[in-house]
Design a protein around this ligand. Structure first.
Ligand code: ZN
Length: 244
C-alpha cells in the first residue's frame, strides 16, 4: 500500500469466526480500520444477532457494519434467512450509529426495499463493489449512500458500469479492491491487494476527464467522512507509525 501511495484501508469482515483476525490486523496497523458483519453468501455459519454485532462493533477500530446485503446470484430461494440477516445488520448499524457496507447481486429491488423498510438511511453507508444500473445507484444515493467501484470498472467489457461511474457525482464516490478478487487491469486474474486500488482511481479519472490526483483526494475525503475517521488524527498516527 505505501509503495503505491495508498494511505489507508478498511479490512472487511465476512464471518464472525474471522472477526478476531480482521480486528487484529486493524489493531496492529494505524492505517487500517475494520468492520464487523456476516456476508450473505454464507448459509451454514454462526448467525449474528443485533446484540452480538453491537458488542463486537464497540471498538474504536470497528468503523462499519458489514459486509451485509443480499445475493440471489449464488444462492436460490428460499432466502428468508438472508433477508433476516440483512435486517439484523441494518438494525445494529442504526443502533450503534456506524455506516453499512452493502453487497447486492441479482437482488437490487429487494436490497433497496429492505434498506427503505429498515431505515438504513439513518445509518448511511456504501454500496460496495457496485455492478448494478444507474437507477439502482440513484436509489441508493437518495438514501444517502455512497457508490464504490472496484477493479471491474477497468475491465474492457464493463461498458455499462463505466457509464454508471461517469454519472455518479464525485461527492458520492468511493473506490475499493474487493481483494483478493477482481484485480484491476493490468493485474486482472491475479490476486488483488489494496495497493492496486490506484488503478481503479486512474480509470475513474479517465472516465470523468479529471486528474487521478483529484479522484484520490475526493475519494479519500469521502472515506474519512463516511466512516467518521478524523483525518488529521489518522495522518498523525500514520506519521508516528512510519517514523523509523
Ligand atoms: Zn461483496
Amino acid at each position: 500500500m505505501s509503495d503505491n501511495h495508498v494511505g489507508g484501508a478498511l479490512n472487511v469482515c465476512t464471518t464472525l469466526a474471522e472477526f478476531p483476525a480482521v480486528l487484529s490486523v486493524a489493531e496492529r496497523h494505524s492505517q487500517v480500520v475494520c468492520s464487523v458483519g456476516v456476508h450473505p453468501d454464507y448459509q451454514d455459519i454462526e448467525e449474528p444477532t443485533i446484540d452480538r454485532l453491537l458488542t463486537l462493533a464497540d471498538h474504536p477500530k470497528v468503523v462499519a457494519i458489514g459486509e451485509t446485503g443480499l445475493d440471489y446470484f449464488r444462492l436460490q430461494e428460499p432466502l428468508e434467512w438472508q433477508r433476516d440477516r440483512f435486517r439484523t445488520h441494518i438494525r445494529a448499524a442504526r443502533r450503534c450509529g456506524k455506516p453499512l457496507i452493502i453487497h447486492t447481486r441479482s437482488s437490487s429491488a429487494d436490497t433497496i426495499r429492505l434498506m427503505k423498510e429498515e431505515g438504513a438511511a439513518e445509518a448511511g453507508g456504501v454500496m460496495h463493489c457496485f455492478t448494478e444500473s444507474l437507477a439502482v445507484a440513484e436509489a441508493a444515493m437518495e438514501l444517502g449512500f455512497y457508490i464504490s467501484f472496484s477493479g471491474i470498472v477497468t475491465f474492457k467489457n464493463a461498458r455499462e458500469l463505466q457509464e454508471v461511474a461517469r454519472a455518479v457525482p464525485l461527492d458520492r464516490l468511493l473506490i475499493e479492491t474487493d481483494s483478493p478478487y477482481l484485480a484491476p487491469v493490468p493485474y486482472r486474474g491475479k490476486t488483488n491487494e489494496p495497493g492496486y486500488v490506484p488503478k481503479v482511481a486512474e480509470k475513474i479519472a479517465e472516465l470523468k476527464c479529471i486528474s487521478t490526483a483529484q479522484v484520490a483526494e475526493v475519494s479519500t475525503g469521502n472515506f474519512f467522512k463516511l466512516f467518521n475517521i478524523l483525518r488529521d488524527e489518522a495522518r498523525a498516527k500514520q506519521e508516528v507509525a512510519t517514523t523509523p
